[in-house]
Design a protein around this ligand. Structure first.
Ligand SMILES: [Ca+2]
Ligand SMILES: [Ca+2]
Ligand SMILES: [Ca+2]
Ligand SMILES: [Ca+2]
Length: 378
């Protein structure tokens, strides 16, 4: 009874195969082994090393990847094709060369750095010796110093050194905020929170010895900087001064020059400016209680509204009638054309009167000096 049933089924399956091959026998997918499991495996004996079917998997038992697509299909973890890229989906880099070929950014070849004994990414005494304990992965130059474990965790030569805030640059900025401030010290990798005054700030570009923040703005006056680390709280009193506009200085004017230029790193000027305050200036000696500074900032921006002007102290030159003249050079920190301005304070730097070339009118970007750092010749 079974024979007639098989004869009924066989013609039906042949019909099914034929329906997908409309141009005749020569154009059919090649099935060299002619077995019943076509097209999912290659088990012919004539050509054991080539994979005949149309699917992209490599079916034969040998470990080389035979098909023409660039992916490695077999189950073993080696990449069989001739190109140097690692084609399989697993995260390891299979070929024998020491480079990592896959598209992800991780280095996943299996060859460990023989000079990094504890695998923390820093080499010990047989390498560049940057790891001061190549048997302890928790100790390396990128680690955070724990001040309580009697270990030099960060390999800087000091054991259990406490954190510190040593310097803040610049130490003042406009009350509106926005000034990019750099803090220098130690132990900053362990920061968990920071505040300027009562306002929290977000440390950026954090290293063990420095971080930056953007001043959030506040009332004219001094603010403390406080940082909380995993181990301690560090406070720098009166770290940053929010500045305002002086109303007690009578007048100030930029004398000149209108423009200067120079190579990178060269001092430009000197620029000079005068300041007048009845009863204080014009005595023939440096006026008591007056601070003078020269600064530079972004082209077209005023120091009263633009947070990133860079100021340095100016020196008294002479009295001129009822006024005093100060002078200073500027050395912009990078290429480009910069606005140059003077400013004067008679209250220890809290409020400033800014000087352009026309004291009779409001501060104007068109009446500031211009210092250009010329690009290097090609
Ligand atoms: Ca190491
Ligand atoms: Ca180590
Ligand atoms: Ca240390
Ligand atoms: Ca320690």
């Amino acid at each position: 009874m079974s024979l007639p049933l098989r004869m009924l089924i066989l013609p039906a399956s042949l019909l099914l195969l034929g329906s997908g091959c409309q141009t005749g026998w020569d154009d059919r997918p090649v099935d060299d082994d002619d077995d019943s499991t076509f097209p999912t495996d290659d088990d012919d004996s004539t050509f054991p090393t080539d994979d005949d079917d149309a699917t992209s998997d490599d079916d034969d038992a040998t470990s080389d990847d035979d098909d023409s697509t660039s992916d490695d299909d077999d189950a073993t973890s080696d990449d069989d094709d001739a190109t140097s890229d690692d084609d399989d989906d697993s995260g390891d880099d299979d070929d024998a060369t020491s480079d990592d070929d896959d598209a992800t950014g991780d280095d996943d070849d299996s060859t460990p750095n023989p000079n990094d004994g504890d695998g923390d990414g820093y080499e010990g005494p047989f390498g560049d010796n940057s790891d001061c304990d190549d048997l302890d992965a928790a100790v390396n130059p990128g680690a955070v110093e724990d001040p309580s474990n009697s270990v030099d965790d960060d390999c800087d030569g000091d054991i259990d050194e406490a954190g510190s805030i040593d310097d803040i640059v610049p130490a003042d900025g406009i009350a509106a905020g926005g000034t990019l401030v750099t803090v220098e010290g130690e132990g900053f990798l362990a920061i968990t929170a920071a505040t300027l005054g009562t306002t929290s700030i977000t440390p950026g570009s954090v290293t063990d010895t420095s971080f930056t923040f953007v001043s959030p703005g506040g009332p004219v006056g001094d603010e403390d900087l406080e940082i909380i680390t995993s181990f301690e709280t560090l406070t720098f009193a009166d770290a940053f001064t929010y500045t305002g506009t002086s109303t007690s200085i009578d007048s100030a004017e930029l004398i000149g020059p209108a423009t200067t230029s120079g190579a990178f790193g060269a001092a430009q000027g000197p620029y000079t400016a005068s300041v007048t305050e009845a009863g204080t200036t014009g005595t023939g000696s440096a006026p008591s209680g007056i601070i003078a500074q020269v600064g530079y900032g972004t082209q077209g921006q005023l120091p009263t509204t633009w947070p990133d002007y860079f100021f340095d102290d100016a020196t008294w030159s002479m009295s001129d009638g009822g006024s005093d003249v100060f002078s200073a050079s500027v050395t912009p920190h990078t290429y480009g054309t910069w606005m140059v301005v003077f400013r004067f304070s008679d209250d220890s730097g809290y409020n400033w009167l800014y000087a352009d070339t026309n004291a009779a009118t409001a501060l104007d970007a068109l009446e500031l000096g211009q210092a250009t750092v010329t690009p290097p010749s090609p």
